[in-house]
Write a protein that binds this ligand. Structure first.
Ligand SMILES: [Zn+2]
Length: 69
């Protein structure tokens, strides 16, 4: 289990393999990511972990703010 208690990682519901925009809760930076990533996604600004792979749809700790085509 993770010891990172300040962040809650959740799988986005009702979303398949697609690009989404996620907002870092630490610094407010918004960046695109893929929901089915195979590597950890970190914030481009502050380096916080925004998403981590699970083998399927990634778990996301950032705020989901929209989808991109
Ligand atoms: Zn950040």
């Amino acid at each position: 289990m993770s010891e990172e208690t300040t962040k809650k990682f959740v799988k986005p519901k009702g979303i398949g393999n697609r690009f989404v925009r996620i907002k870092c809760k630490d610094c407010g930076n918004v960046q695109p990511t893929y929901t089915r990533t195979s590597s950890v996604v970190v914030c481009n600004i502050c380096g916080a972990t925004l998403s981590r792979p699970t083998g399927g749809i990634a778990e996301i700790s950032a705020e989901l703010v929209g989808e991109t085509e």
